[in-house]
Ligand binder design. Structure first.
Ligand code: AMP
Ligand code: MG
Length: 483
């Protein structure tokens, strides 16, 4: 463990895994590292000294020129199903600088994204551009504000070097903080190599790091599977409840910890339409809004397959054990989602007809292309949306009002519950774009203000009001992968 004046307290437990799981990498030196943004609050919560971090010597770390506390950075090996096709991958443009141990004793990965080529880069340049790295920063921090488990963003630094895409862009590196970067794809990598002892070491490592309670169970590996299924069912329900579309739910982009990871072509839905997809490369709509729970289940099935050799020596028995756990996903997801939807509608207790009430509202919203966030926001604060004038909505509202009256909680409590579950603001695509454009031109103020209003999305402050307006046409927005 190496502690320095900034407060870095770094280890590299990942290197206790068999060497096949990583490759030691050297920093790829860049010409003029400069910090663009530092997450003061996150740094403080990690026990880091923000004044020291703001000094330019930290830019050398955040741009990938210097190792963290002298520890050798590594790139992690993994595989993954990308749009359904299995591929061997690995960190092609990321490096793990180390695992920082916070004052509370939590272990978090400090990873650079965009820090240059690694042994897993294939044909890629290992680099990233400023816009996409700031975009990940904004959206991941917005997700955290929304109370959704996610990797965090500690800093973005520019490298002083160009990045060549369709045009010449400013090179940048994101410093990402995660409870780990273990992915479903990490297990797929281990399974594809067919060395059961390596797989067992990986599973033991994942249990130790994320679900130590599984060690006490009769069957720790089955318990690991169950925990991951439970965490993902909860995570995906949270995404659906705020209208978040990940955009590229490949198995390498699904964590074992249950944190959202890899903000590429993701975006928040404006008008409610279950088939919404933003990613330019997702022509089939595989990762559309409505498909996300089913894709999560598909990915978890791939995860379960990797664990089979650890579940039972008899393959048929192993499959039975795995299927039994997987069969719980749909109900778990639904329970999480319904409980969230009840809260969004101010319902404290459960009635059998609630599912129909929710479904009917969503149907009316879909028919009238109502804005997802603002519909719930307006129901919360008693404002009016265009859709509220229609006969279908009026009929629905009567049923909702009657339902609210059948529970004993007063109006104040109902509104409080609704405010806690219906965000007043989300990172709307046009506002994010506006902030990124200004940042690319050297003005960070627009982005800082956006980050500020996204910090407490359930606060319903007056300064959030100007961020409520949806774009004139939400469907035309497109996001791009791998930029
Ligand atoms: P993603 O779609 O961002 O999850 O990335 C899929 C894979 O492509 C990962 O293995 C990345 O490390 C790799 N990758 C993405 N962009 C680059 C790049 N510019 N250079 C090298 N590898 C990359
Ligand atoms: Mg990825």
């Amino acid at each position: 463990m190496k502690i320095n004046h900034v407060g870095w307290n770094v280890e590299m437990s990942y290197c206790n895994l068999p060497a096949t799981f990583y490759a030691i990498t050297e920093p790829n030196l860049v010409s003029s590292p400069q910090q663009v943004i530092l997450n003061d609050q996150l740094a403080t919560s990690l026990g880091l000294n923000t004044e020291q971090l703001k000094k330019n010597e930290s830019a050398a770390i955040f741009a990938g020129n210097e190792k963290l506390a002298g520890i050798e950075p590594i790139a992690q090996a993994y595989a993954g199903h990308q749009f359904g096709n299995f591929t061997m991958l690995g960190d092609g443009r990321a490096m793990l600088l180390g695992e920082h141990i916070t004052l509370q004793g939590d272990r978090v990965d400090i990873q650079l994204k965009g820090s240059g080529r690694t042994p897993f880069s294939r044909g890629g340049d290992g680099r990233a551009a400023l816009g996409p790295m700031l975009r990940e920063y904004v959206i991941s921090e917005a997700m955290h504000g929304l109370g959704i488990p996610t990797t965090r963003s500690l800093a973005v630094a520019v490298t002083g070097e160009p990045v060549y895409r369709e045009s010449v862009l400013t090179g940048a590196v994101l410093t990402r903080v995660a409870s780990s970067h273990l992915r479903v794809g990490t297990f797929q990598y281990a399974a594809a190599r067919q060395v059961t002892e390596d797989l067992r070491e990986l599973a033991n490592y994942a249990i130790e790091r994320h679900y130590p309670q599984a060690k006490k169970e009769d069957h720790p590996y089955l318990s690991l599977l169950e925990h991951v299924i439970t965490q993902q069912a909860s995570l995906i329900a949270k995404w659906q409840l705020v209208g978040f579309i990940h955009g590229v739910m490949n198995t390498d982009n699904m964590t074992i910890s249950g944190e959202t990871i890899d903000y590429g072509p993701c975006a928040f839905m404006d008008n409610y339409d279950p088939v919404t997809v933003f990613s330019s490369i997702d022509v089939q709509g595989r990762y559309s809004y409505r498909n996300q729970p089913g894709i999560a289940e598909w990915n978890l099935t791939r995860f379960a397959e990797t664990l089979l050799p650890l579940l039972h020596e008899d393959q048929e028995e192993a499959v039975k054990l795995a299927e039994n756990k997987l069969s719980k996903f749909a109900q778990l997801y639904m329970t999480n989602w319904m409980s969230g939807m009840r809260a969004k509608l101010g319902l404290f207790n459960e009635e059998k007809q609630d599912e129909v009430l929710v479904k009917d509202l969503l149907d009316v919203m879909k028919e009238h292309r109502a804005d997802y966030t603002n519909t719930f926001r307006s129901l919360t604060v008693g404002e009016t949306e265009q859709m509220f004038h229609t006969a279908e909505f009026t009929e629905w509202k009567e049923r909702w009002t009657a339902r609210l009256q059948r529970q004993s909680n007063d109006q104040g409590k109902v509104q409080q519950l609704m405010k806690q579950h219906n965000p007043s603001v989300i990172p709307r695509n046009h506002r994010v774009e506006e902030a990124l454009t200004a940042a690319e031109e050297g003005d960070m103020n627009v982005l800082m203000k956006l980050l500020h209003v996204l910090e407490k999305p359930y606060a319903y402050t007056t300064e959030q009001e100007e961020y409520v307006t949806p774009p004139s046409d939400g469907t035309s927005y497109q996001t791009y992968c791998g930029t």
